[in-house]
Design a protein around this ligand. Structure first.
Ligand code: NAD
Length: 347
């Protein structure tokens, strides 16, 4: 990869490669933009196939955070860290404290939090080395319930736009992935009378949803094609692709997973099919907003008000897309870019 060309093309400000030979820690901290404020984004802990895969992930995810923060209306830019595992045993405290020391050296230009493979308890370990960490067990805690609340509001916005009502009573919703966010979303949907079809690679999670929520379990290979009104991808990225898009029967897509569109053209294909796609980074901003308690001193009421307002932002994107006759993912990017450019001019 031509790193500087890639950074220039995507507008990345800074990429830090970190190594602590004593602990075996190897990490990358990518800061896409600090135009709106310090770059925020979680620390992903993963076993990558190659250094390049890790770098691409950090670059892609940090850029996504810039757009997510701009759309959520918070004074943050986009960043992301990845810690690269090599399959050997490691000590969590040594690893996360080494990471924390690198975060500290950035002097607040990057604020970390949890992500796939890290937890609120790991954030406590990072906090032993730096104050630039959110999502701590003793602070805002696990962002997942807040993310789930925001996804629920986005689903309501989709229903409002498509059927002219927020009510989800009797609506059939396919929830893909019953993890921290997906299960909480499924619980909220059940409470308001939605009927659920669910999938997870872990059969115990599906069994729990069947037992507790009256959901119907589906195959992981076909859930996207279920005969439902709404599809909520809450597992992995790239689920909207050449294979799945033609098979989708839902009228609305709104879910938590990051980078749901495998490529932009899949967003175009959804628009051509008349499927209303709520852009992922608008929908799943509840986790970032929950960090406002730790980092910006918000009250719980302020946090909840802003998470509920994801409903309005999603509708704004849909209306903009309609007015300009463009796919929703393009409309969301435009709103975010306008906000960043405005801030850059003022700053
Ligand atoms: N947790 C948050 O606050 C947050 C915030 C923003 C975005 N997200 C994104 O939302 C998604 C879910 O996050 P989470 O915290 O619930 O993660 P999680 O790891 O708790 O849950 C993911 C679930 O998906 C299941 N899964 C994996 N592959 C699957 C497949 N092919 N089909 C069906 N199920 C599958 C897993 O078994 C697991 O139950 C992720 O993409 C994450 O990046 C999460």
């Amino acid at each position: 990869m031509h790193l500087f060309d890639r950074m220039k093309a995507d507008g990345h400000e800074n990429v830090l490669f970190c190594s602590d030979p004593r602990s075996g820690y190897r990490g990358i901290i990518a800061m896409h933009s600090t135009v709106l404020g310090p770059a925020v984004g979680g620390t992903r802990v993963w076993r990558y196939q190659s250094d390049e895969d890790a770098l691409v992930d950090a670059l892609r995810l940090s850029r996504g955070m810039t757009y997510k923060c701009a759309m959520a209306g918070v004074p943050f830019g986009g960043g992301k860290a990845v810690i690269m595992l090599d399959g050997s045993a490691f000590d969590r405290e040594t690893l996360f404290r080494a990471h924390g020391r690198f975060v500290e050296r950035l002097g607040g230009r990057y604020i970390t939090a949890e992500d796939v493979g890290s937890s609120a308890a790991d954030m406590e370990l990072i906090a032993m080395e730096t104050k630039y960490v959110a999502g701590r067990a003793q602070g805002g805690g696990d962002p997942s319930p807040y993310t789930a609340r925001g996804v629920f509001r986005a689903v309501q916005a989709g229903a409002q736009y498509r059927w002219g009502t927020d009510s989800l009573e009797g609506k059939r919703v396919a929830v893909q992935g019953l993890g921290n966010v997906g299960y909480s979303l499924a619980q909220q949907l059940t409470k308001v009378g939605a009927r659920l079809i669910v999938s997870d690679i872990d059969p115990a999670r599906v069994a729990r949803a069947e037992r507790e929520l009256g959901a119907i379990g589906s195959s992981i290979n076909t859930i996207h094609a279920a005969d439902v009104d709404i599809f909520a991808p809450c597992a992995l990225g790239g689920v909207l692709n050449d294979r799945t898009v033609p098979e989708i029967r839902a009228a609305v897509i709104a879910g938590a997973a990051n980078n749901q569109l495998l490529e932009d053209r899949h967003g175009d294909a959804l628009a051509e099919r008349g499927i209303v796609y709520a852009p992922d980074y608008v929908v799943n901003a509840g986790g970032v907003l929950s960090g406002g308690v730790d980092v910006l001193g918000w009250s719980a009421a302020e946090r909840d008000r802003r998470i509920d307002a994801i409903y309005d932002t999603v509708l704004e994107v849909f209306r903009k897309a309609d007015a300009a006759k463009i796919p929703t993912y393009v409309a969301a990017d435009r709103v975010a870019e306008e906000r960043i450019e405005r801030a850059a001019r003022v700053g």
